[in-house]
Write a protein that binds this ligand. Sequence first.
Ligand SMILES: [Zn+2]
Length: 352
Amino acid sequence: MTPELTPKKRLFNALNDRPIDRIPTFCSGCSQTVTLESMEEIGVYWPEAHSDPRKMAELSASTYDLTGLEIAGVPFCLSIEAEALGCFTEIGSRKDSIPQVTGTPYTDFEDVKVPDDLLTAGRVPVILKAINILKEQIGDTLPIVAGMIGPFTLACYLAGIEPMLKGLIRKPDKYMGFIELATEVGAIYGQVLKKAGADVISIADPSASSDMISPRMFLEIVKPAITSIVDAIDGSSFLHICGNSTPIIRDMAETGVDAISISDKVDVKRAKQLVDGMTKIMGNISTTVTLTLKKPVDVLADCRKAIDAGVDILAPGCGIAPMTPNENIRALVEAARSYNLTSRTINHNGSS
Ligand SMILES: [Zn+2]
């Protein structure tokens, strides 16, 4: 009998086509991995855990301890870099408040105040310290994951989403400046997160979803930006885009990321065919219906279907909703543990 793999080893084996005892579980959605139930259980809550590195690390670690989901991820929001660059941000005051970017002072990219030292700006030091703590405490066993804002979403925060979407058509030079700036900052921030000890950088670019921009715009504008961030990170990086990413999934794969996180709006078999072995497919359990509203037995069934269809890593299809019952996340993990992969006949390109 081979000894059971650690979650970290299992994930990296799966990413590198080395033997695995079972399918890994993970969460690489819009940077959120904890629940209100876990907060109650360990007595560590938002909003404090958004700004206190020890609380952030403790809450992040509770996900594996209380649900078995094989990840230690920070932060719990998609606002850190925007806040550091001077966008208006509200941390919130309730136990279920996720920090939000509420506006921007900028109309021109040349006015954006890029801090001299990104490491000390806004809540960046909190994230780096939380990564250090997690790395030291559980970094041998669990993958330490740092979420970051994708370049298009960060550019939309800086310029305002409506001005950006209109501006790219009417005044492309002016608005491409925001994207170039967001790409430069993203490349530096990704490197900083990796240096702090993150095993995986999880890029989420929800504003680049095909519900918001055309596949052509993704190809011409977003793909090169993400590619240059992935190159700069020069380590393990994952990419999540919400909604139905089918029209852009091949371009997502060609950015060079190690895995693509897909939502339940994407057909897994089709996604596998489109990426054609270039990258791993992770997902795609519905966070708004399956994980929050269904019973564990139904979660188990949905998860088995996703594994049958060929996901390489079983995961929620976006960030976990804070009100998700822990028993449903445990059911997702149970589906991975109990599935006999040797009975799965699907191969990498999605055909059986
Ligand atoms: Zn998402």
